[in-house]
Design a protein around this ligand. Sequence first.
Ligand code: UD1
Ligand code: CA
Length: 447
Amino acid sequence: MSNKNPLAVVILAAGKGTRMKSDKPKVMHELLGLPMINWLLNSVEQLNPDRILTVIGQGMDDLASAVSPHETVTQVKQDGTGSALKIAMGALQDFNGDILVLLGDTPLISVETMQGLIDARRQRPDTGISVLGMCIDNPYGYGRLLIDSDGTLRDIREEKDASDEEKQVNIVNTGAFCLDAAQVNDWLSDLVNINASGEYYITDLPEIAARKGVKTSVAISANPKEVQGCNTRINLSELEQYAQEIMREEFINAGVVIQDPSSVYFYHDTKIKTGTLIEPNVYFGGGVEVGANVHIKAFCHFEGAKIGANTVIGPFARLRNGSDIGQEVRIGNFVEIKKSEIGRGSKISHLAYVGDCIMGKDVNFSCGAITVNYDGFDKHQTIIKDGAMVGSNVNLVAPVEIGEGAFIAAGSTITTDIPSDALSVERSKAKTIKGWAANFRKSKQSS
Ligand code: UD1
Ligand code: CA
């Protein structure tokens, strides 16, 4: 995207977010595991602005690091969005061009919408401000855009200051503005805090500019979901839902088949290649990468796992941190894997635990087999070489190595290394006493 005029983006994020009932700054609350502020920055960076400046509150060190390497300025007294902009302008003294102001608590605004707002100001030379509005059914809490019959914006009225009649207006301020840098300081110097909150409102700027003969144009967002603000925890979960919708749509458009999109939860960093099929009710935690043409059956849970192409997983499988599953692997129901490499073509089809293991190719790890990786103090490694057959209900007590092609008989508890192509059986001799059960029943029935 090209911006001929220099562009500075100012993000207002100094507010404490009292309505969130949280110790964290509001914009540090996460959507799909990524702080809101980083969702916004990821989009802003795509505009290639000359400056990106975030206004933060005092002591918000985590926020400053989340924003880094971009600049921050500190608003000591949080007395309104207008004052926050004034502080940002202090750091933009020599800047000439467009200033795009965004609210940190409106993080899912799209790059196209931001560009549209910039274009709306540039289209006409007498337009000093463009403001992004939206039409919503329930305008409660938002500033109302008071638009005259000829289409010019007269003023923006905050909820607390609105008359009953003004409250009926359902075209509202999303909080995003594009301003002519050359004039902003002049308008800001006229800002007063005579209103219900006693704050300096950025939303007074259009009216101040109008008094000086400068027009404000209104751009209306076609998609209110992308510009919904976050004031409460309920809003946070609404934004989370929308962020999920964005991810699902991107995957579907990229050729991933999702049978019931609303039941699949993605993380912000989930990566999935084309042709993969995801059945309903699957959870992706952080750091999951799925190859092409994988089949993920219903009710799986993944965190920090890599899955190779053409593998089939689930239903009801759990892959934990450090699982590196190769290609054409079969992981079946009620299998848990942690910090393990599973080689190409291996099968772990039912009821198994594999932890701290390096498993080669074409291994069969049968039903009920487990790696005993923990002695109550330390974790130990299991190595299973190519082509080994680990029978049902086997305990591999780590550290232990099973050689290539070795065969471990069902029920064995293995505590020593097993050489290649050997059979290992650890099982006490079965005893069969003929007629015992019939005698036992008879004695019980007669007593
Ligand atoms: C604001 C707008 C309202 C708009 C709504 C859209 C004003 C006066 N009102 O209301 O017209 O409809 O957003 O969501 O602008 N902030 C600071 N410093 C401050 C105060 C706020 O940096 O002193 C930041 C906050 O961190 C937040 C953003 O500005 O990210 C908006 O502040 P908030 O208090 O949530 O404003 P709203 O009441 O939602
Ligand atoms: Ca808000």
